[in-house]
Design a protein around this ligand. Sequence first.
Ligand code: HPA
Length: 273
Amino acid sequence: MSDEYARVQAAAAFVRERIPAAPEIAIVLGSGLGDFASHVGDAIVMPYESIPGWPPARVIGHAGKLVVGTVRGKAVAVLSGRAHFYEGHPMANVVFATRVVAALGVKTLLLTNAAGGINTSFSQGALMVIDDHINLVGTNPLVGPNDERFGPRFPDMTEVYSKRLRAVADRAAERNGLQLAHGIYVGLHGPSYETPAEIRYLRAIGADAVGMSTVAEAIVARHAGMQVLGISCITNMAAGVLPQPLNHAEVMETAQRVRGAFIALLEEIVGTI
Ligand code: HPA
């Protein structure tokens, strides 16, 4: 584990040398939100593959980049492209970016994602503030010997998603005239979508939306003492809710459709944090 600490520190040192000021807020962009990166002022762009220790991308053409600059006067680090567990990355790689931004001094982490709607009162294209999560990924990013320099052995998970930041999101949505749902996000391993029976089970245990990211990053962020806000774009109704199969094209289409409103919301949130 101490090797992992050195790997994170090396990446953070590389980034630190290239930026004028430490970012306060980091934003992880989910599917279809890549455009947000172009809204960063005074942007310093670092392709992930240029950063020492950064995990290699598994999906060709989706290497991703770290963009450091300003949004509404705030120093931000934007992570465009994330490593998913379903791609076969070890957990340490899935949470590497989260640990690097923590090492840079980021205090607030904004996680965005695409998710399937389990709550039948949601509609496609809705945005949902994550009030809490259920980890059904099948593992935990903190499995293994604990390195105290990252955080404590048994971190508290009572308030993974900051109550204060959830209220900030509500106020930002109100100012933008945007409806914002709230709910519980359940994180699964993937990459197959769920069966209708699994969705009924997930609804029964209290989940409102389902996805394949975010949970591991949120756990590691709390381990590191960062404040977390999570927002899901409900890109599709979950399996069995509607009489039609799911497909990735639909997920991307919906993400594209609401991208403008989502980006405006993120900017408004960053401005108010
Ligand atoms: N299930 C899991 N992950 C997802 C979904 C879904 O329906 N939509 C977008 N990501």
